[in-house]
Write a protein that binds this ligand. Structure first.
Ligand code: DGY
Length: 317
C-alpha cells in the first residue's frame, strides 16, 4: 500500500508511519499544486492531506487508485466529500485530540483582544512605548462578562469551560439543539443567533466551515453584536465576512477581534493588517507538540484500519 503525506508531520509520527507502510514524504514541506495532488490520487492508495491542500472535485477526478483520504486535522471543508463519495473514496479526520490546544488558543485570542496585547507588543517593538501612564492601552476585564459560543461542540465547550472556571465569565451558546454539557457551565441556550450576538460581550466561533456556515457572521450579524464587544475566530475564515468585520472594527462598533483563520490562507485581508484593534495569528489552533503528534497518530490509526480492512475509526464519509 502506497501513502503520500502532503506536508511534514512531527518526526515521531513520520517514523511510525514509515515503520508500517511504504510512505512518500514531502521532504521540503512545500504545498502541492492541484495538478500534483491529482497525480497523487492516481499514484497512491492513500492520500494524507492537511487543511492547506484543496482536495476539490477536479483533484479527485484525477485519480483512479486512491481509496482513502486520511486528513490530518479535524476540519474537512477543504475536501469535496460528495466527489470523494461518488468515487468510492473514504475520508477520515482526527477529532478529539486537538480540542484542548484549540480551546487554549481561543482563550489566548480572547485575552489578546480584550487586553490589547498585540497592539501593545507592536508599540513596544517599534520603539513607540513612552512608558507607564494611567490611561495607556486600557482594555477590558473578563470577570462577569458574557461569552457567546457559536457552535457548542467539543472545542466550543472546552473554550467555555476555560472562560467559566478560569475567568469567571458567564456562558451563552448558539447551536441547532440544546447540548449536554451546558448545565455544568450554567450555560444559557440561545436558539437564535441574533439573540446570542446581541447579549454577548465576547463572541467566539466554533462551527465547522463550508457552505452551510459561509459568511454566517455577515454585516447584519456584526451590527447585531453588542457595541464594544469582541469577536474571536478559531474555526474557519469563511465563517466571517471580513470586509464587514474590518468596517465594524474601524467604526469602533466592535472593540476588537482575535483571528486565527482566514478565508484564503495564507493571504490575510489587507484591511485587517492595517487595523490596530485586531489580533492576528497564523492558524495556530492545534499547534502544540502534543496535539500535532496525537493528530498524526490518529491519522495513522485510520490508515492502519484501512490497510487491515477494518472499520475506520474516524470516518467522515
Ligand atoms: C483542523 O484540524 O481542522 C485545524 O484547523 C488544523 O489544525
Amino acid at each position: 500500500m502506497r501513502i503520500l503525506v502532503t506536508r511534514r508531520w512531527p518526526a515521531s509520527v513520520e517514523r511510525a508511519l514509515q515503520q508500517r507502510f511504504e510512505v512518500v514524504l514531502n521532504k521540503d514541506d512545500a504545498p502541492l499544486n492541484p495538478a500534483e495532488l491529482a497525480r497523487a490520487m492516481d499514484a497512491f492508495d492513500v492520500l494524507a492531506p492537511t487543511v492547506s491542500d484543496r482536495i476539490d472535485a477536479e483533484v479527485i477526478a484525477g485519480g483512479g487508485r486512491c481509496r482513502l483520504i486520511a486528513n490530518y486535522g479535524v476540519g474537512f471543508d477543504h475536501i469535496d466529500l460528495g466527489a470523494a463519495k461518488a468515487k468510492g473514496i473514504a475520508v477520515t479526520n482526527t477529532p478529539g485530540v486537538l480540542t484542548d490546544a484549540t480551546a487554549d488558543l481561543a482563550m489566548t485570542l480572547i485575552l489578546m483582544a480584550a487586553r490589547r496585547a498585540s497592539e501593545g507588543e507592536r508599540e513596544l517593538r517599534s520603539g513607540q512605548w513612552s512608558g507607564w501612564r494611567p490611561t495607556h492601552l486600557m482594555g477590558s476585564e473578563l470577570e462577569g462578562k458574557i461569552l457567546g459560543i457559536v457552535g457548542f461542540g467539543r472545542i466550543g465547550q472546552a473554550t467555555a469551560a476555560r472562560a467559566y472556571h478560569g475567568f469567571g465569565m458567564k456562558i451563552a451558546y448558539f447551536s441547532r439543539t440544546p447540548r449536554d454539557g451546558a448545565e455544568a457551565l450554567d450555560a444559557e441556550y440561545c436558539p437564535n443567533l441574533n439573540d446570542l450576538l446581541t447579549k454577548s460581550d465576547v463572541v467566539s466561533l466554533h462551527v465547522a466551515g463550508g457552505t452551510q456556515t459561509a459568511n454566517l457572521i455577515d454585516a447584519a450579524a456584526l451590527s447585531a453584536m453588542k457595541p464594544g464587544s469582541y469577536l474571536i475566530n478559531t474555526a474557519r475564515g469563511g465563517v466571517i465576512d471580513h470586509d464587514a468585520l474590518a468596517q465594524a472594527l474601524e467604526t469602533g462598533h466592535l472593540a476588537g477581534a482575535g483571528l486565527d483563520v482566514y478565508p484564503d490562507e495564507p493571504s490575510i485581508p489587507q484591511k485587517l493588517l492595517e487595523l490596530e484593534n485586531v489580533a492576528l495569528l497564523p492558524h495556530l489552533g492545534s499547534a502544540t507538540v502534543q496535539a500535532r503528534e496525537a493528530m498524526g497518530m490518529r491519522a495513522l490509526a485510520n490508515i492502519e484500519a484501512f490497510a487491515n480492512d477494518e472499520p475506520l475509526p474516524d470516518i467522515v464519509t
